[in-house]
Design a binder for this molecule. Structure first.
Ligand SMILES: NC(=O)c1ccc[n+]([C@@H]2O[C@H](COP(=O)([O-])OP(=O)(O)OC[C@H]3O[C@@H](n4cnc5c(N)ncnc54)[C@H](O)[C@@H]3O)[C@@H](O)[C@H]2O)c1
Length: 318
């Protein structure tokens, strides 16, 4: 196959089945890649909030096997809400890592959503109880809607409860999950839903805690995907205090309110965090000590997972 391949959202989705993606990410986190800091550019707008251009580059060095270089480009335009247009648009460009030849251009939102859900499933393959069958999803948006299918690649998920600040969004996702074959229902009582879940996964825009540590039963795994600035929280201090803590990358120490704030307030120290996802993938020891242990994984997202996903799309097409 030569030339530049262009894939829309549906075509990108078809090349990223979750079972294959979770395994590709497992290898990718073990191998690592070059990851310069992401670039943020502020774009001023007359009479509306500033927009942002975000560039996320990543590459593997030429050596054994083919190397790849990729950049995710994201535009975030808050003013688009008034125009009834999406506020965030993203494209992924993949190049040959040696020659710089452009290989593929694909839908960045699809890459982000699927790699995020698959990264959480990968972490849960080390941290959640192997018999986990009851999943609670908080946040019924783009990422939340993919979590049940991603987790099904690693755990025997049978029932899914969905909670969202917007009950219509929770109902819509529940209907979609029933169509996909899940036993799914809307969670009206959040405390009860957390108490009866094996895995609690949050992908919301919450700025104050929605999951309380006091509600967690022994053996629960908590997966925190939202709260991407130091000011935002999805879990309270008791979650962080009670759980064995893991993070996707050390960026979480700077960006994730659920980690930054408890450290600032002396609830935990950096050393309380037991490891990163790369470390989990590299050790053969089981990370979970007992069926009663409460575990928590906090992700802020990584350009490595984007590159692994884009590479998988391109390789499957060939
Ligand atoms: N860690 C990562 O790698 C990664 C990657 C992508 C997105 N994210 C984050 O995941 C979150 C969800 O992203 P998305 O693209 O699915 O967004 P989205 O806008 O599609 O969905 C967000 C959902 O959360 C709900 N919500 C908003 N505020 C809430 C609150 N206070 N309590 C409960 N529900 C609330 C909304 O009603 C909506 O249904 C965002 O915070 C996003 O930044 C993280």
């Amino acid at each position: 196959m030569g030339g530049l391949v262009i894939l829309d959202a549906a075509q990108t989705t078809r090349q990223l089945p979750f079972d294959g993606l979770v395994e590709a990410l497992r290898h990718g986190f073990i191998e690592g890649c070059q990851l310069p800091e992401r670039h943020h550019h502020t774009l001023t707008r007359e009479g509306e909030l500033d927009a942002t251009l975000l560039l996320m580059p990543a590459w593997t060095d030429p050596g054994k096997g083919r190397s790849y270089l990729g950049v995710k480009l994201v535009t975030v335009v808050p003013g688009n809400a008034a125009r009834e247009l999406p506020g965030l648009v993203s494209t992924y460009i993949l190049f040959d890592g040696l020659t710089g030849e452009q290989l593929a251009l694909m839908d960045g939102n699809t890459i982000t959503g699927r790699r995020t859900a698959a990264t959480s499933a990968l972490a849960a393959s080390y941290l959640s109880r192997p018999d986990s069958s009851k999943l609670l999803v908080l946040g019924a948006g783009r990422v939340g809607s993919l979590i049940p299918e991603a987790y099904q690649a690693v755990r025997p998920i049978e029932t899914v409860a969905v909670w969202d600040i917007n009950p219509d969004a929770a109902r819509r996702l529940t209907d979609q999950l029933v169509n996909q074959g899940f036993r799914a229902s809307v969670a009206d009582d959040l405390e009860r839903a957390v108490k009866s879940a094996d895995i609690v996964s949050t992908a919301t825009l919450a700025t104050t805690p929605i999951v309380r540590g006091a509600w967690l039963q022994p053996g629960t795994h908590v997966d925190l995907i939202g709260a991407f600035t130091p000011q935002m929280r999805e879990a309270d201090d008791d979650v962080i205090r009670r759980a064995s803590l893991y993070i996707d990358t050390t960026e979480a120490f700077h960006e994730a309110g659920d980690i930054v704030q408890p450290i600032e307030h002396g609830i935990i120290s950096k050393e309380t965090v037991r490891g990163t996802l790369a470390q989990l993938c590299k050790t053969s020891q089981p990370a979970r000590g007992s069926d009663d242990e409460i575990t928590c994984f906090k992700a802020v997202g990584s350009g490595l997972a984007d590159l692994v996903s884009a590479k998988m799309v391109y390789r499957r097409l060939r």
